[in-house]
Design a protein. Structure first.
Length: 318
């Protein structure tokens, strides 16, 4: 398969007076691992439900695998796999019973599709008689992924598949996605975790129903338009409050065990900025102060896009 697996143009979706999607446009290439990155309420789930034929947009067009998601829904449903954000399998059925049921819906069997689901199912098979309700969060997600793959879809939509699972399970899940991408499967995934952006070929930053940027994770990080400093002090919270009152502060926000700082003076030398920030905090009684330049991450760029004026917030979106 070549070309675009997903093509969306100007999609709008409203719920009453609330606009969940405000004219979203983007494309996903065939064989790509494409990620939507954004917080809860950004519009990710609404978009995924439109792309999987479960919601109808109020305006705009969306095509998946060459089919319109409204007029071609019956042709599409057998060709796509969808894993919703909330665990939606049958809690009272066993692992094997759930998988057998979903296989039968698409006219196939576990035995016939065993090779397709083997990378995941081999981890579940020792627990195949266990009820779904008794599985851990990570195992539930793997079962849901099995059910989404059992009919050999051409494209896979995963809505926040790693939310609520432990760090090891998150890493294992993304390793599985890498394997499916390597086999040629198109994967579209959403996540609120910025650190997962680096596992995608391209990402779309989404907030309040609008795309802020669409590009590779590396290009989005490089789009950060001013020097970024990591500031450390003996009392991080008090230092944050102090720097909010510093007259040259452009942005300041907590990031892990540091504060990420940008300066409002265009053209100021990084060394000057760092030494002056350090002196400002030390003058106010802080100890163990440092201010060092660091490379921006996707999360830093996301924060910058969120703070951009309305007309500038979608630079690079496509």
């Amino acid at each position: 398969m070549s070309g675009d697996a997903v093509a969306v143009e100007g999609v709008v979706k409203r719920f009453g007076q609330t606009t969940a999607l405000g004219g979203v446009s983007f494309s996903v290439r065939a064989g790509e691992l494409f990620g939507f990155i954004g917080p809860d309420g950004a519009g990710k789930t609404t978009l995924f439900r439109i792309l999987t034929t479960l919601l109808v947009p109020h305006a705009g067009t969306a095509r998946v695998l060459g089919q319109d998601v409204v007029s071609g829904l019956w042709a599409l449903r057998a060709r796509i796999g969808y894993m919703p954000g909330r665990f939606s399998l049958y809690q009272d059925l066993s692992v094997e019973e759930n998988l057998r049921f979903f296989a039968s819906v698409f006219g196939t069997t576990i035995a016939r599709e065993y090779q397709q689901i083997a990378p995941i199912y081999t981890q579940l098979e020792p627990f195949k008689e266990r009820r779904a309700s008794a599985l851990s969060g990570g195992m539930k997600q793997k079962l849901a992924l099995c059910c989404a793959l059992v009919h050999r879809p051409e494209i896979l939509f995963l809505d926040e598949p790693t939310t609520g699972v432990d760090a090891v399970s998150r890493r294992e899940f993304w390793d599985l996605l890498d394997r499916f991408k390597a086999s040629g499967l198109t994967v579209v995934v959403s996540t609120p975790y910025m650190d997962e952006a680096g596992r995608c070929d391209r990402v779309a930053l989404i907030q309040r129903g609008r795309l802020l940027a669409v590009d590779t994770p590396q290009a989005i990080a490089r789009s950060f338009d001013r020097p970024l400093l990591a500031v450390r002090a003996d009392n991080r919270y008090r230092a944050l409050l102090a720097l909010r009152e510093y007259p040259y502060t452009h942005t300041i926000y907590p990031f892990g065990d540091t504060l990420h700082y940008t300066d409002g003076r265009p053209g100021a030398a990084v060394e000057q900025i760092g030494s002056e920030v350090k002196a400002f905090l030390e003058l106010r009684g802080f100890h163990e102060v440092s201010a060092e330049r660091i490379a921006a991450t996707v999360e830093d760029s996301f924060m910058a896009y969120m703070g951009a004026p309305e007309g500038e917030e979608r630079k690079g979106a496509a």
